[in-house]
Design a protein around this ligand. Structure first.
Ligand code: AKB
Length: 340
């Protein structure tokens, strides 16, 4: 029986999955199959060839997918985000690390069975960094991929380790075996900044204060921001994040000098975000109620990232700076969404 070549997304019901499915189905070059603990939202379900409701930690389910489909590309999006992971570190390790390990093995087996490298896209995060203090954070400016990689969160540790696991599968897998087995997984990872979507609100993250503030204001709900006005981390509008994943997936392998790349678009403080939101939604009721512990996590993330390697190697070029993200993407789409 012939297996159908497909793109496979895990964590498909999450924030990135939503937009990525739309883009992959518009492109139409390969059918999309998806996996998530939850069924797909009815608005996107018709766009996928097959959805599996289940966990990346169920070996039989992955075996079944392996037997039915010829997977050429994996977007492994399933993860527990930073705030949630601090409450349940063991579960975070299971999902974020053991789940990723299961997916890397899955991709390795796929690559061995159809003989082509499986392009494996892995969203890492600015949480992989750990700035030692606010003074260093302020002085460091745009942080490079190999600096300050001492994360303070479980999620950050998980992401950093999985970047290394991916690099191992791509370059050194079973290096003592007589035949060369590495290279079957073509691992490519992006360290995402905080992401802001006009259509979905994230849950369980620590960069959530920005999207929460915007979506609350658009709905006329009061919002108490959990970080100080001067808190600063990089952000990106969701369409640019998905474009970046697709661009990196399509990049010629020989152009890639690294397996993990920073990307960024704008790096406003919470006060700057609040000012734009108040201008866009004049009735917005935004206050500040600092959660010292979540603030500590945001303080440990860099104020901005150096994404010159991504720009040089695979042409990263985000469309939305802070102003355009609000004026052309967030405000018009969010207004429409909440007007019903
Ligand atoms: C989180 O806040 O956990 C995520 C991230 C920055 O990776 N949005």
């Amino acid at each position: 029986m012939l297996r159908t070549p497909v793109v496979f997304l895990t964590g498909a019901s999450g924030e990135i999955g939503h937009t990525l499915i739309e883009r992959l189905s518009e492109d139409g070059s390969r059918p999309v199959i998806t996996l998530d603990l939850k069924p797909l939202d009815p608005s996107i379900a018709p766009r996928v060839a097959r959805h599996f409701t289940g966990s990346i930690l169920e070996p039989q389910l992955l075996e079944r997918i392996l037997s039915e489909f010829e997977v050429d590309q994996v977007f492994h999006l399933a993860a527990l985000l930073s705030t949630r992971s601090e409450f349940t570190p063991v579960t975070a390790h299971q999902v974020n690390v053991e789940g990723t390990m299961a997916m890397l093995e899955f991709a390795q087996k796929q690559g061995e069975s159809h003989g082509r490298p499986v392009v494996f896209l892995y969203p890492s995060s600015i949480a992989a960094y750990g700035m030692p203090g606010l003074d260093v954070k302020a002085k460091a400016g745009k942080v490079k991929e190999d600096d300050f990689t001492n994360p303070t969160t479980m999620y950050g540790c998980n992401k950093l380790y999985c970047e290394q696991l991916g690099r191992y599968y791509a370059r050194h897998y079973k290096q003592l075996a007589p035949e060369t087995l590495s290279g079957k997984v073509d691992f490519r990872s992006i360290r995402f900044p905080g992401l802001i979507s006009a259509f979905t609100v994230p849950s369980g993250g620590t960069s959530d204060f920005a999207p929460e503030m915007i979506h609350a204001a658009a709905q006329g709900k009061p919002y108490a921001c959990f970080v100080r006005p001067d808190a600063r981390i990089p952000f990106m509008a969701m369409p640019d994040a998905v474009d970046a994943l697709l661009q990196l997936a399509a990049a010629p392998r020989e152009k890639l000098t690294r397996t993990t790349y920073n990307i960024g678009a704008f790096a406003p403080s919470a006060a700057e975000i609040q000012a734009i939101v108040e201008k866009a939604f004049p009735g917005a009721e935004i206050t500040t109620k600092v959660d010292a512990k979540r603030q500590g996590i945001v303080d440990s993330w860099p104020a901005d990232v150096d994404d010159s390697a991504a720009r040089k190697d695979w042409g990263l070029s985000p469309r939305y700076d802070l102003d355009r993200a609000f004026q052309e993407y967030l405000i018009p789409n969010i207004r429409k969404a909440y007007q019903g």
